[in-house]
Design a protein around this ligand. Structure first.
Ligand SMILES: Nc1ncnc2c1ncn2[C@@H]1O[C@H](COP(=O)(O)OP(=O)(O)OP(=O)(O)O)[C@@H](O)[C@H]1O
Ligand SMILES: [Mg+2]
Length: 281
């Protein structure tokens, strides 16, 4: 959870080639579809990324492209590198090879806080809230980028509270007293305050009762309706695919499948790998 904004400068490097060129380029594995919409627009373009922690490489030549307004499910077995890939996109991890391009600009070297300013927001899940602080103060902390415009901050807080009425009821309670689902809602609300154009959601439904998952999914559907682009990592293939237009399947840090969400369901081998991985835990 970022608590301060530094290095807010805009990236100025413009990547060679238009978004349409990007859309027409072949994918890493040559598989169609590639994600860009009919007009060929690409909002986020991850190109040939390698990433490792210390000496251990965990992402291998990972590429993906997301069209504006698209919801991409990022699936894979435990430890496949899903969270790591989100970190590379949000700037918390710097790839040793490859580029991250946002709206045609190379942002590989742009600090995470500056990426938030550009509209790339990662929701850290229930772990991203401050347990000892009341809901209200969590929201104020989440809206750190708006701290110089209190009126706008209050307006946005009211807006997100209207999405999550239960948080409005709990506004003075410490986050520690919230249920797991309410904590996830608070984390999501904190992310939404920043008015993201690309939202990265890491296991929003983890450990939640189906009724709460349904509530969160309704919010996600509403965001999609408003044109927010999303990458969703989910343990539950069904939850992910019910939200997503397209899916990427990662295995051991490599893209094994990229295509329409419906088509992934036909790939028994991959879907089973996720279920087996879960059951094995
Ligand atoms: N901070 C870290 N330092 C060292 N290794 C890490 C770190 N974070 C993750 N790893 C390792 O990198 C690999 C990919 O981890 P990552 O968390 O990205 O996988 P994941 O697909 O999100 O898994 P999960 O489904 O369990 O959340 C794993 O082998 C993991 O052990
Ligand atoms: Mg993970």
């Amino acid at each position: 959870m970022p608590t301060g904004a530094t290095g807010m400068g805009d990236p100025d490097e413009v990547v060679k080639g238009s978004a349409a060129d990007t859309a027409l380029a072949a994918t890493a594995n040559g598989a169609a579809p590639t994600g860009p919409d009919a007009a060929g627009a690409v909002i986020l373009d991850v190109r040939g990324v390698d990433f490792g922690y210390s000496q251990v490489q965990v992402l291998f030549d990972v590429s993906l492209r997301v069209a504006p307004g698209e919801v991409l499910a990022l699936l894979g077995t435990n430890g496949a590198g899903k969270s790591t890939l989100l970190r590379v996109i949000s700037g918390l991890g710097r790839p040793s090879r490859g580029r991250v391009v946002f709206r045609g600009r190379d942002i590989t070297d742009v600090a995470p806080e500056a990426r938030v300013t550009l509209g790339i927001v990662q929701v850290a899940g229930g772990r991203g809230v401050f347990p000892s602080l009341p809901v209200r103060d969590n929201l104020i902390a989440g809206g750190f980028l708006l701290r110089h415009d209190q009126r706008e901050l209050r307006r946005r807080i009211d807006e997100v509270l209207s999405l999550f009425p239960v948080l409005a009821q709990r506004i003075g309670q410490p986050a520690a007293t919230l249920s797991g689902g309410e904590r996830q809602m608070l984390a999501l609300a904190m992310g939404l305050l920043l008015d993201p154009s690309v939202l990265l959601l890491d296991e929003l439904s983890l450990g939640l009762a189906p009724v709460v998952v349904a509530e969160l999914m309704a919010v996600v559907a509403g965001l999609k309706g408003r044109g927010v682009t999303m990458i969703v990592v989910e343990q539950s293939v069904n939850v992910a695919l019910s939200m997503a237009d397209r899916a990427i399947f990662l295995e051991k840090g490599e893209v094994r499948f990229e295509g329409r969400a419906d088509d992934l369901l036909e790939r028994d081998d991959l879907v089973r790998a996720v279920f087996l991985g879960q059951n094995g835990n």
